[in-house]
Design a protein around this ligand. Structure first.
Ligand code: DGL
Length: 270
C-alpha cells in the first residue's frame, strides 16, 4: 500500500467528523476520505448483523477508492464489527473503542468508569472487554443514551432540552460513584459542554470526561509511522467527503464542525 494514499474514515453519519477533526490536528499532512452513511443513520439502534452488513459496504467502498488504512470512527461499528472487517479486507483497520478505553483507564483514580454510548455499543459489552485488557482493577458502568444522537444531528447541543436528557442518562451512573465518563459515541463530543457540566454536578468537580477521538488520532499517528505508511509531503492534506444521502445538509454541518471549507460531498450508492 502506498503511503501517498488517503486514510479512509467512515461513520454512520456526521458524528465521525469528531474523529476527522482530531486526525487533522494530529496528522495535518494526511489526505482523508470520509464516508458518512447518512442514508442509514442511526446504526446504534440496530442489531449487530445489520450494523456489520452496513460496515462491510462502507469499508468495501473505501477500499475500492484506494485508501491505505481504515479508521472506523463509529463506536457502534467498532463495538460489533472490527474482527469481521479485518477478515473481509486486507488493509489495516483501526477502531475507536480501544483508544478510549485506554485513555479512561489512565485517567481514573477511583477505578470506576462510566460509558455513555448507543444501545448497540452498550449491549455489546465492548468497552468492558477493552478496559479489562488494560486493567483488571477497573470497573465499567454502561449507560445507553440514544436520544443524544438525534439531538446532535439537529444541532440541539445547548440549552434545556439536551441538558435534561443528559441529566436523565447520567442519573443511574450517580449511584455507581464513577469519576471518569467516556463519550462512547461519535456524536456526544458535540454535546461535550453540557455533558461535562452535568457530569461535574453529578460526580463531583474532579470528574473527567474522555473523548476517544484524540486518543484514536494518536494511535493512527504512531501506527502509520511504525508501518512506513505516513504521508511524506509537507503541505496540508485534503478532506474529501462522501455521503449516501443529503449532501447539502452534510456540507453545512461539516464546515461548522471542522472549522474549514469543504466541497459539497459526493453521493455514493453502497
Ligand atoms: N456513530 C454512532 C456511534 O458512534 C452514533 C450514531 C448512530 O447511532 O449511528 O456509535
Amino acid at each position: 500500500m502506498k503511503f501517498t494514499a488517503p486514510i479512509g474514515v467512515f461513520d454512520s453519519g456526521l458524528g465521525g467528523l469528531t474523529v476527522v477533526r482530531a486526525l487533522r490536528r494530529a496528522l495535518p499532512n494526511e489526505d482523508i476520505l470520509y464516508l458518512g452513511d447518512t442514508a442509514r443513520v442511526p446504526y446504534g439502534t440496530k442489531g449487530p448483523a445489520t450494523v456489520t452488513r452496513y460496515a462491510i459496504a462502507c469499508a468495501g467502498h473505501l477500499v475500492k477508492r484506494g485508501v491505505k488504512a481504515i479508521v472506523i470512527a463509529c463506536n457502534t461499528v467498532s463495538a460489533v464489527a472490527p474482527e469481521r472487517l479485518r477478515v473481509e479486507f486486507d488493509l489495516p483497520i483501526l477502531g475507536v473503542i480501544e483508544p478510549g478505553a485506554r485513555e479512561a483507564t489512565k485517567v481514573t483514580r477511583s477505578g470506576r468508569i462510566g460509558v455513555l454510548a448507543t444501545t448497540a455499543t452498550i449491549a455489546s459489552g465492548a468497552y468492558t472487554r477493552a478496559v479489562t485488557r488494560f486493567s483488571t482493577r477497573v470497573e465499567v458502568f454502561g449507560q445507553a443514551a440514544p436520544l443524544l444522537v438525534p439531538l446532535a444531528e439537529e444541532g440541539w447541543t445547548e440549552g434545556d432540552v439536551p441538558r435534561l436528557a443528559v441529566r436523565r442518562y447520567l442519573a443511574p451512573l450517580h449511584d455507581a460513584h464513577i469519576d471518569t465518563l467516556v463519550l462512547g459515541c461519535t456524536h456526544y463530543p458535540l454535546l461535550r459542554a453540557v455533558i461535562e457540566e452535568e457530569a461535574r454536578k453529578s460526580f463531583g468537580n474532579d470528574a473527567r470526561v474522555v473523548d476517544s477521538a484524540e486518543a484514536t488520532a494518536e494511535d493512527v499517528h504512531s501506527f502509520l509511522n511504525e508501518r512506513g505508511l505516513a504521508q511524506q509531503k509537507t503541505q496540508n492534506g485534503r478532506v474529501d467527503l462522501l455521503v449516501t444521502d443529503l449532501p447539502a445538509t452534510f456540507a453545512t454541518m461539516a464546515e461548522r464542525f471542522l472549522g474549514e471549507r469543504v466541497e459539497e460531498p459526493e453521493v455514493v450508492d453502497l
